[in-house]
Design a protein around this ligand. Structure first.
Ligand SMILES: NC(=O)c1ccc[n+]([C@@H]2O[C@H](COP(=O)([O-])OP(=O)(O)OC[C@H]3O[C@@H](n4cnc5c(N)ncnc54)[C@H](O)[C@@H]3O)[C@@H](O)[C@H]2O)c1
Length: 440
């Protein structure tokens, strides 16, 4: 099939490469000329494991190409995916200007009947607006469907190639047949293709992200109780996660959720509910808990070292909002770092993939270290924001020797309490008792 993907960010690039991998002719279009130039040279503008060989292989086989000419991409294709960004507007609603702008561009370029699919996360009712925007420009017939994307950054290729399920909101039997055919190579082991109406598909995406965000904020609340009660949240997590009705996923407490999806999607769903006169207090609570949680590591630092941090130095391991990505959008580290700097501290940082992205936000206000151990020298404490694998089993004696004081403030519960006690650290984690060395 001939396919256009409009918007070549995390979602569009992964979708385009994976659809090409299954034999389709795919053209990915983006208005960002620099990005397209890099992609045409075989350079991948984002850090995403497994994506580079997939793009390179399909570029060289000719099944995948990149262009800045959206109209040409539309004309060359029977199926057009819209995968542009839908950031939060000032009032929290999803900003649809890019999606509707692309819809108008598609309408103007229509040279025959097409199926247009919104892959961007969009509020219920958007497909109807996309259809109206296209039909305002053309008399060619168009089906507008919804195929929300559930991939996780850091495992995006794997998630796209082997999805738990594919959700297809379709406007007709014809579109349902064509899209089922298109996605069937990805569900060969029997995972479901769920055909539904377009509105249900649009709501499914927000409901999924809001549910996951709710689990995280719920566990962060439970973690607060554990700290006060002297209980270990890890035990509670296992205790509830082993209940088949609850399941183990997304129950880890931490320094708050970030990224390009949960924060904006929770806000947008609150907005949609409000517009429909439906009480959104459950999600308002989820968001409020998360806002507070993103300040947790700063609070821990202040409690330990005082409000005035002038002359203090902190080493930060992990900047990205989660491991295996360089995405810094809404990362909790971007809450901690400016607050430390404002209180007079200096900050030394390390991240295995996100330092370049981080520098776009932090510029030269912090010191960047390509080796995580080098960042520790002379620091008052090590502060961990992201659970990258290389941080999980570090050289503890080396950490202790490099730090000025052996204090570790961990927002991801990476280490065992008994290990930290034995190693002589003062250790603060989330929902677990602090380790404070006393007389032997
Ligand atoms: N990133 C994720 O993990 C993820 C997962 C599931 C769903 N989503 C959703 O998918 C959508 C895209 O997210 P993303 O993270 O890939 O965004 P992104 O910001 O990484 O990429 C969006 C791309 O669209 C391009 N663009 C904007 N306007 C355009 C136009 N008029 N024509 C052509 N290209 C245009 C931008 O230049 C950019 O390259 C969002 O709605 C997001 O909520 C994202």
């Amino acid at each position: 099939m001939k396919i256009a993907v409009i918007g070549t960010g995390y979602v569009g690039l992964v979708a385009g490469a994976c659809l090409a991998e299954t034999g389709n002719d795919v053209v990915c279009a983006d208005i960002d000329e620099t990005k397209i130039a890099r992609l045409n040279r075989g350079e991948i503008p984002i850090y995403e494991p497994g994506l580079e060989p997939l793009v390179a292989g399909n570029l060289s086989s000719g099944r995948l190409r990149f262009t800045t000419d959206v109209a040409e991409a539309v004309r060359a294709s029977h199926i057009v995916f819209i995968a542009v960004g839908t950031p939060a507007d000032e009032d929290g609603s999803a900003d649809l200007q890019h999606v509707l702008g692309v819809a108008t561009a598609i309408g103007r370029a229509m040279n025959g009947g097409k199926i247009v699919i919104t892959k961007s996360t969009v509020p219920v009712g958007t497909a109807a607006r996309v259809k109206a925007a296209i039909e305002a420009e053309t008399h060619h017939p168009v089906h507008v469907c919804s195929n929300p994307e559930f991939l996780k950054e850091g495992a995006a290729v794997e998630d796209f190639m082997k999805p738990d399920r594919v959700v297809l909101g379709v406007d007709s039997e014809f579109a349902g047949r064509v899209l089922t055919d298109l996605f069937s190579p990805f569900v060969r082991t029997g995972n479901a293709i769920l055909l539904m109406d377009v509105a249900a598909a649009e709501i499914t995406k927000y409901a999924a992200n809001a549910m996951l965000a709710t689990r995280i904020s719920f566990m962060n609340t439970v973690a607060r109780l554990c700290e006060v009660a002297g209980a270990d949240v890890d035990m509670v997590r296992r205790g509830i996660g082993s209940d088949g009705r609850i399941g183990p996923g997304f129950l880890f407490p931490g320094a708050g959720y970030g990224g390009s999806c949960f924060p904006k999607d929770v806000k947008a769903l609150i907005r949609t509910l409000g517009e429909q006169g439906i009480d959104a207090s459950i999600l308002e609570a989820v968001e409020a808990v998360n806002q507070e949680q993103k300040g947790l590591l700063l609070q821990r630092i202040i409690r330990r070292f005082g409000e005035d941090l002038s002359g203090r130095r902190f080493a930060l391991w992990g900047l990205a909002f989660k491991p295996n990505t360089d995405d810094m959008r809404e990362a909790p580290s971007l809450v901690t770092i400016p607050a430390l700097l404002a209180r007079g501290a200096t900050v030394a940082v390390h991240d295995p993939a996100a330092m370049e992205e981080a520098a776009r936000h932090l510029r030269d206000t912090v010191e960047y270290f390509p080796d995580n151990y080098d960042a520790l020298a002379g620091a008052d404490a090590l502060v961990i924001h992201t659970e990258w694998l290389p941080y999980r089993r570090p050289d503890f004696p080396r950490i202790r020797e490099a730090l000025k004081t052996p204090v570790v403030i961990d927002g991801r519960n990476l280490y065992r309490l008994d290990t930290m006690r034995e190693m002589g650290f003062e250790y603060y984690s989330v929902g677990r008792a602090p380790v404070v060395p006393g007389p032997a």
